[in-house]
Design a protein around this ligand. Structure first.
Ligand code: CO
Length: 439
């Protein structure tokens, strides 16, 4: 795939994936197009032949893998992971509020969202609804209103003269989106509104009664290339759908396919403790079924490297003082290896060395990040996966600005570099990426 085609493909993947459910559905489509077959956790995996497969949990996390042979002791898996969720606003169970002719939608804040950029945006709503038809079984579908149906207007500066120096945001009262105006008393039922959208997208759901939902707001503005030379890309959910897309592309285009696995986890932004999060049992369960012999499984894990891919903080020219002066990741200078002495990142000198070799083989530059000592360091799925499985792990990711904003900024070359590095990781024919012993 050429570099420009790659960016186009990435933009379309992110634009069409407003929620983790849509991320997984679109990832499944990509995998199926490349010959991956779906396995179900509720089915038997006893007889699966060598080949390429994927499995989904909670419609929001996905594991895809290639096994070239029956599981055996000498096998090593090239493993990598990223996360499907992004911070944002989630619709409350009883959301509708009716004030001053405005119908508003109560929302919860999901994860560590940067809240100010949510004001004055053309927002839409998407997610998963569960429904039933008269006594029938529970069914699920994804919905996406696609067009702008909500907005959170700012308070005018005339009504708050100190807004530019002292503004704070009350999470309960200031962020309630407007979705409709009505001059008649009483509000329509939210589930009736959902039902209409469900029917529009899924005509077979005629007669459905909505049981419940997981719905998020999102910005309808598509991704853009910005800058006199198109140096920057801006858009929602670059953290971390950019990484999901790179892993999917690298896994599917590596030829010949080698023993490899990717995990795309939900719930990273809220601590990863869930059935489908990185601190839950999803990956472990899948590895136990693929490698049922515990002796073999331990040997495989001991031979394997896990690359945890999540975006890093590029140095912001307006706020460079927030960075360690000797570790200043730049946009368009390749993936960043993230280190933390206190294990907020799982990278070690050894796993970082292995990743550097991979980048060198791919002809891709790479950089390093360490947090200032006087600022708290973030974390990601790397340390959790390392602790759950005992697998050697490196935390990496492309540099970006405005992390957790509704509109984030990255460099136009870095997605391509990341994809090249991950393709090299999955293609590596020899065992150089296994953990060596001290000679
Ligand atoms: Co992230």
């Amino acid at each position: 795939m050429l570099q420009n085609d790659y960016l186009e493909d990435l933009f379309s993947y992110i634009n069409q994936s407003p929620t983790p459910f849509h991320v997984v559905a679109n990832s499944a489509t990509m995998l199926k197009a490349q010959g991956f077959q779906r396995l179900h956790e509720s089915g038997s995996w006893q007889q699966i032949a060598p080949g390429s497969y994927f499995v989904i949990r909670n419609d929001s996390s996905l594991i895809a893998f290639t096994l070239t042979d029956r599981p055996h002791a000498g096998l090593h898996l090239r493993m990598a992971g990223a996360h499907t969720d992004s911070p944002g606003l989630k619709v409350k169970p009883n959301p509708l509020q009716f004030r001053h002719t405005c119908l508003q939608l109560g929302v919860e804040i999901y994860g560590g969202a940067l809240l100010a950029p949510w004001f004055d945006r053309d927002l839409s709503i998407a997610g998963r609804v569960s429904w039933s038809r008269e006594g029938g079984p529970l069914q699920c579908n994804l919905i996406d209103f696609q067009r702008p149906v909500a907005t959170i207007p700012s308070l005018a500066i005339h009504l708050d003269r100190e807004v530019n120096t002292k503004r704070t945001i009350d999470k309960q009262t200031d962020l309630v989106p407007l979705v409709m105006q009505s001059f008649e008393a009483g509000a329509p039922d939210f589930k009736t509104l959902l039902n209409a959208q469900l029917l529009k997208q899924h005509p077979t759901a005629a007669g459905a009664e909505i049981m419940d939902y997981d719905l998020f707001l999102y910005d309808t503005q598509p991704l853009s290339q910005v800058g006199f030379n198109n140096e920057f890309i801006t858009g929602s959910r670059l953290d971390n759908l950019l990484s999901c897309h790179a892993l999917l592309t690298a896994l599917t285009q590596t030829a010949p396919r080698r023993d490899s696995l990717i995990v795309l986890n939900d719930h990273e932004e809220v601590g990863s403790v869930s059935t489908s999060g990185a601190q839950g049992p999803f990956l472990k369960n899948v590895l136990e079924r693929l490698l049922p012999n515990p002796e073999h499984r331990q040997q495989v894990i001991a031979h394997s490297l896990f690359v945890s891919v999540d975006n890093a903080h590029a140095v912001h020219p307006n706020f460079a003082v927030k960075h360690d002066p000797d570790h200043l990741p730049l946009l368009n200078r390749g993936p960043v290896i993230k280190m933390n002495a206190n294990q907020r990142y799982a990278t070690t000198g050894l796993t970082a060395g292995l990743f550097r070799l991979v980048c060198r083989k791919a002809g891709v530059p790479c950089q390093q990040f360490v947090m200032r000592n006087d600022l708290a360091c973030g974390s990601t799925i790397g340390p959790l996966t390392a602790a759950e499985l005992g697998v050697a792990t490196v935390d990496i990711g492309i540099p970006q600005l405005g992390m957790h904003s509704i509109r984030e900024t990255a460099g136009h070359l870095d997605p391509w570099y990341l994809q090249l590095a991950m393709t090299a990781f999955f293609s590596e024919p020899d065992t150089a990426i296994c953990c060596p012993e001290i000679a």
